[in-house]
Unconditional design. Structure first.
Lengths: 164, 773, 285
């Protein structure tokens, strides 16, 4: 099988790799690049634990081929914090105890950030439907939804303060 | 064993316990830094893959691995020949891990390979040639109990005629005289009976009797992280393993036994675990990875696919049950009887015994009997799933209680209050209860605003109570004082729900220091004595108890050091508010010494200071709960929507309330999935039809509302702070609570789970047809 | 397995025509990669069409819209005009999978995967959508209902693929809707799907209609009898009840792990009625 040589951008850094045509982007991230923050929960796009963004678009990395990533901008959980400064969503998840085992957390954070970028003031229903592609078995979703909505409120307040 | 002779006096006020700080492993988990089972690598690592039977029941005539072994890049191929039976090993576990003469379920492991990469491993599996002789199979529990069912194990026998006298007709469709005489090979692997009193007399005294048959389907724990491990066996017989598990000491002991290794030669490290709920309390791929590594001479990593997780790990039992409860007009129960039939997959060990013990545990009953049957079928070997056996039994019992409350026109909570188990109640399974909190949960549920919400058309409210024993078990912890005055706490129970935060809180509370000055790790098997599995809701209780006692040990030693520094006797020093102080004016006028100061002086006063505690803990107190749920049904499609959900549960003492609430909410939503949509679907060919998250439907975020919680605290005298485990009870009431709510909304009682829309719609149409007649 | 990413339609057609063994088009990949992963499919060649100019375009054409084969559900949903014209089509496409799936899955891919339960198909049919098929011969226009011929099989010949779908300009006083039944609130394959489009005259009488059912047969069923029942009426309750009856009778479902025959037959009627009611509301403006 002919290997594919890809050059892409991950979390702002230029990255090059070689992969088989049938390898998923998730396989590449985890096994070739050592970026194990994105998780495989199902491999079929049903659980969202592998969520990343491609050119700002939320996707399941298990359903993207490594070969398709060339020339795009990929954001993973490893790039969510700014150095040692956590993203407000990451901080909010900790304060709300919105994680128990933590395996689904990277996927939820990537998905939630994508939501707030598009809809800074979502209703509870909008949050729940946007996150329906992220499965959690530990929390029953309650504290996750609260964390996302409180972050939206906080970010709105900060935005107003900055604008004033 | 308590360290001092004072009786356990539970504090009524706490400084750190009961607060909600951020957990110590939190930052790693929100940044993706935390390492789970599949996140570890080793130099020269091989990829391991398992070949699995496509047949539900088949004799393995021959396995030809020659072509796979010859494929370039393949470093080892194994079958059961490479895993010979060892003396004293559990043959059921060994056979489940790798089939011997028969494949017993669709997905049963028959061979495995280790290769340089996944592509070669996949190819190698295809080159293994297995000659199967397909046999008739059975997957349904009632079918499997019949004397003419396909038999899985020739050595399991049952006496039908003897048994039938007490449980006439329990083998559906068979009349007494047609059942065979004497013992014969059977799929009925065990029979259990509990109870007391005289149920015949009790039913005779009843004004109303409710009796129903119920069935529930098998469900899976549904943890998002598939099983994964990395095993490395070196040529001198020393081995290491990195694995996501609820019990790394169990993994060490079981794998060592199965592979013929000394326990001390295998060191197991527990990774972070992405969910377990009981499904990771046994071994599946771990012995295989070790066997492959031993043969290949290189580290081997095995990660299960989601399909493998569904087909070949341990779902819980499907059940066929009959429950009968009799009551007086004033709501007092006079008798209760239950027959529970659980299939536990291809080997004995379904949780029917525990289900039978839990079934009527919420009630004070003079006359009660429960009989349970453990049945084998051609399905994967079951594993524990959160309060194993209890949710199914509670579904049946609480549905009958719900119907009784309707028939007697009594409030659903009042009828339970009337019969509730209390301190001093002789439980239906034998022991007498100490202080318990069922009544408190019922009262809190009744007083909650959710109970007062007025319902609209097609809406219904359901109530159910539940119970779980909770366990203690073998536990060792060590608490080390660092030179800067901070503490390193090592526990041996994998953190499956945020327990590290609770351990830090308890250690900080006991020593009177800041939460941030304690750091908890889960140590590997080489660093601590034996610790039982993180199961049975035992961690906050047992590791907590051990942590508190290790802290007391530490305090004693700190006081000794202070006494040495001050030149006064040990007994003259006490520990208060994080400092060693002279105990009383006579002891001397010395400035109190903080833990930091004592730590700095440690090397000069005798060396490093540590506390430790080893115990086989008992005194775990049961946790009772009451759930209230409101549901709306679409009468044209049978679709159901959960509008409101309330969990009220007794935690004894909530060490970290956020994580106690989290257990309440998580268990409730698993229960919602179980009652609405989750089920194992088998085809006529005995193959699992839905081994994936697409068609095995767990609740998604938009399926459920916020889960309201109330923590009741009736302290457990068996724990220094009154802790009761909470992790399991929360999944026990939801099945009946939701089923009762749907029944209230539709006017038809649901007796089979899951209550998927086609079933609900059919029941509604049936009801309308009956009304029209 | 070979992976090719040609940069023109001609090059793509060339590669597909010459290929031996199994070939598949890769646009969103949300069906293809799942099938590859399950072992159901082991293609010898994958042709990624996302580098071909125009594949991501949504262009206005003859008052309607042409949607390129690589336009994802998310992008379609963000386009303000298409949703205004054909809210039912956009809603149907947006029902496919999760937010993550929407980030990649395409309407064209959903059509060409030819699942009997495809969510976009009944809505596309009732909108009168037309697929543009490119291949070794001259490009041709094919009504979408002629693309899928059996579960997993299309009418496309070797070397052909669908480059875009054309949604015609909706008539005045028209409305359409698509509804589906799933056991949860999200993430499931449709157990039953129903699409209805209708046009009213100035007096509020229905002059034109189309009804299509999904997931109740090997491919979407166009129920001409149901459409006929709507035409000439004001779509009152009696008409809606009749519509439900006809649709239930037209449904030819199977029992499977997602639903029973009896359930699908009943709910086909219920959903058709509800979809028609929404379409009526939208037509009235």
């Amino acid at each position: 099988m002919g290997a594919v040589h890809i050059s892409t951008t991950i979390n702002g850094d230029t990255v090059e790799y070689i992969c088989r045509p049938d390898e998923s982007l998730l396989d590449v991230l985890r096994d070739r690049l050592g970026m194990t923050g994105s998780k495989e929960g199902c491999g079929t796009g049903d659980c969202g634990a592998c969520s990343v963004t491609i050119d700002g678009r939320l996707v399941c990395s298990c359903l993207v081929l490594g070969a398709e990533a060339g020339g795009h901008e990929i954001e993973t959980i490893e790039g969510m914090a700014d150095g040692d400064k956590l993203h407000p969503l990451q901080q909010s998840f900790l304060e709300h105890a919105a994680l128990q085992c933590g395996i689904c957390t990277p996927g939820f954070l990537i998905a939630a950030r994508s939501l707030l970028e598009r809809n800074p003031d979502p209703t509870e229903t909008e949050v729940r439907y946007w996150l329906a592609g992220n499965l959690c078995r530990c929390t029953g979703y309650d504290k996750i939804v609260r964390a996302v909505m409180d972050t939206a409120k906080d970010m709105k307040k900060k935005g107003r303060r900055n604008a004033a | 064993m308590p360290l001092d002779t004072k009786p356990n006096v539970i504090p009524t006020t706490f400084k750190t316990v009961g607060t909600r700080p951020v957990r110590p492993d939190g930052v790693d988990k929100v940044t993706g830094r935390a390492r789970f089972g599949a996140d570890m690598q080793a130099p020269g690592m091989l990829v391991g893959r398992v070949l699995r039977s496509p047949h539900a029941h088949a004799r393995i005539v021959k396995i030809d691995t020659s072509k796979a072994e010859a494929l370039p890049g393949v470093k080892a191929v194994i079958t059961s020949k490479d895993m010979p039976a060892q003396e004293g090993c559990d043959m059921d576990v060994l056979t489940n891990v790798m089939a011997r003469d028969k494949a017993l379920y669709d997905g049963h492991a028959v061979a495995a390979v280790a290769a340089v990469d996944a592509a070669v491993a996949r190819k190698a599996l295809k080159l293994i040639k297995v000659d199967y002789k397909v046999l008739p199979h059975v997957t349904d529990v009632d079918e499997a109990m019949k004397p003419d069912a396909p038999i899985l194990h020739a050595h399991i026998e049952h006496e039908y005629q003897q048994d039938l006298l007490e449980t006439a007709g329990h083998v559906k469709g068979k009349k007494e005289r047609t059942l065979p005489k004497g013992k014969r090979p059977s799929n009925i692997a065990g029979r259990y009976e509990f109870g007391h009193g005289d149920i015949k007399k009790g039913f005779a005294e009843a004004d109303v009797i409710v009796e129903h048959e119920f069935t529930t389907e098998a469900t899976h724990q549904g943890y998002i992280e598939p099983h994964a491990c990395l095993a490395s066996v070196s040529s001198d017989g020393w081995a290491e393993m990195w694995v996501c598990t609820q019990g790394h000491f169990m993994v060490r002991d079981v794998c060592a036994k199965l592979l013929g290794l000394d326990v001390s030669r295998l060191r197991v490290t527990a990774s972070e675990i992405g969910g377990g709920f009981g499904g990771k309390t046994t071994v599946f791929i771990e012995p295989v990875a070790l066997a492959l590594s031993r043969k290949a001479g290189k580290p081997v990593k095995i990660v299960m696919s989601r399909e493998e997780v569904f087909r070949a790990t341990g779902p819980t039992s499907s059940a066929s049950m009959k429950v009968k409860i009799g009551a007086k007009r004033d709501g007092t129960f006079t008798a209760a009887d239950a027959i529970l039939k659980f299939q536990g997959g291809a080997f004995p060990g379904s949780p029917v015994e525990m289900g039978a013990m839990c079934a009527f545990a919420c009630y004070d009953l003079r006359n009660v009997r429960i009989i349970g049957y453990d049945v084998v079928t051609n399905r994967p070997k079951q594993a524990a799933y959160r309060a194993p056996g209890a949710p199914m039994a509670a579904f049946a019992v609480e549905a009958c209680v719900g119907e009784l409350s309707e028939k007697l026109k009594m409030d659903a909570i009042d009828i339970r209050l009337k019969n509730a188990a209390k301190e001093g109640t002789v439980s239906s399974y034998g022991p007498t209860f100490g202080p318990v909190g069922l009544v408190e949960t019922l009262q809190a549920a009744k007083a909650h605003k959710n109970y007062k919400v007025k319902l609209g058309p097609n809406q219904g409210r359901g109530v159910a109570s539940g119970f779980w024993f909770n366990f203690g078990g073998q536990t060792c912890t060590t608490l080390n004082l660092n030179s800067d005055g901070t503490l390193g706490l090592a526990v041996g129970t994998p953190d499956i729900g945020g327990s590290r935060a609770s351990m830090c809180l308890m250690a900080a509370e006991e020593l009177g220091i800041a939460y941030d000055d304690v750091r908890t790790i889960v140590a590997d098997t080489g660093s601590l004595g034996y610790n039982d599995i993180s199961e049975g809701s035992r961690v906050t209780f047992s590791s907590g108890l051990a942590t508190i006692n290790a802290a007391r040990d530490c305090k004693k030693k700190l006081c000794q050091r202070a006494a040495m520094i001050w030149g006064i006797p040990e007994e003259a020093v006490e520990w208060k508010d994080g400092h060693a102080r002279p105990a009383g004016a006579n002891a001397g006028n010395f400035e109190p010494l903080s833990i930091k100061e004592l730590a700095a002086k440690a090397s000069g006063t005798g060396g490093p200071i540590a506390g430790h505690f080893e115990v086989n803990a008992d005194g775990a107190g049961p946790s009772f709960a009451t759930h209230v749920v409101d549901v709306e049904v679409d009468p044209e499609t049978g679709a159901m929507k959960v509008l409101r959900y309330l969990v009220v549960q007794d935690a004894g003492k909530a060490i970290h309330p956020d994580y106690v609430e989290g257990q309440f909410q998580g268990g409730a939503v698993q229960g919602i999935g179980w009652v609405l949509n989750e089920e194992y679907i088998y085809g006529a060919d005995g193959r699992l039809q839905n081994p994936g998250f697409l068609d095995y439907r767990i609740p998604v975020c938009s399926d459920v509302p916020m889960i309201d919680t109330v923590i009741v605290e009736v302290p457990n005298p068996g724990h220094p702070y009154g802790v009761r485990g909470v992790g399991e009870t929360s999944i026990v009431p939801p099945l009946a609570a939701v089923a009762n709510a749907v029944s209230a909304a539709m006017g038809v009682r649901a007796t089979t789970l899951p209550m998927s829309p086609p079933k609900v719609l059919a029941a509604l149409e049936n009801k309308m047809r009956k009304a029209a007649d | 397995m070979r992976y090719e990413a040609p940069d023109t339609i001609k090059a793509a057609v060339g590669v597909l025509s010459k290929a031996r063994g199994t070939s598949r088009i890769l646009a969103g990949g949300t069906d293809l990669l799942v099938q590859m992963r399950s072992g159901m499919l082991e293609p010898d060649l994958i042709v990624d069409i996302k580098k071909i100019p125009g594949m991501f375009d949504i262009t206005s054409e003859k008052g309607g819209y042409r949607i390129g084969a690589a336009v994802s559900g998310a992008e379609l949903g963000e386009h303000p005009k298409v949703r205004k014209f054909w809210p039912g089509v956009v809603e149907a496409v947006e029902l496919i999978g999760s937010t993550q799936i929407q980030g990649r899955a395409t309407m064209v891919g959903n059509l060409c995967n030819a699942s009997p339960a495809a969510d976009s198909v009944p809505a596309l049919i009732t909108a009168g959508a037309v697929a543009r098929v490119v291949g070794p011969k001259r490009a041709r226009n094919v009504p979408v209902e002629e693309i899928a011929i059996a579960p997993g099989k299309t009418s496309l010949k070797k070397g052909e693929f669908v480059a875009s779908i054309f949604l015609p300009k909706p008539k005045a006083r028209s409305g359409e809707a698509y509804l589906r039944f799933i056991p949860r609130t999200e993430m499931d394959i449709a157990v039953v799907g129903a699409g209805v489009s209708l046009t009213l005259n100035a007096k509020g009488k229905c002059t034109d209609a189309r009804v299509a059912l999904g997931a109740v047969g090997p491919r979407a069923i166009v129920v001409d009898k149901a459409a006929a029942a709507l035409i000439g009426t004001t779509v009152d309750k009696a008409t809606l009840d009749k519509l439900a009856e006809i649709c239930s009778a037209a449904a030819k479902p199977i029992d499977d792990k997602r639903g029973t025959k009896a359930f699908r037959i009943k709910v086909a009627g219920v959903l058709a009625r509800r979809a028609a009611a929404i379409a009526l509301k939208r037509a009235k403006g």
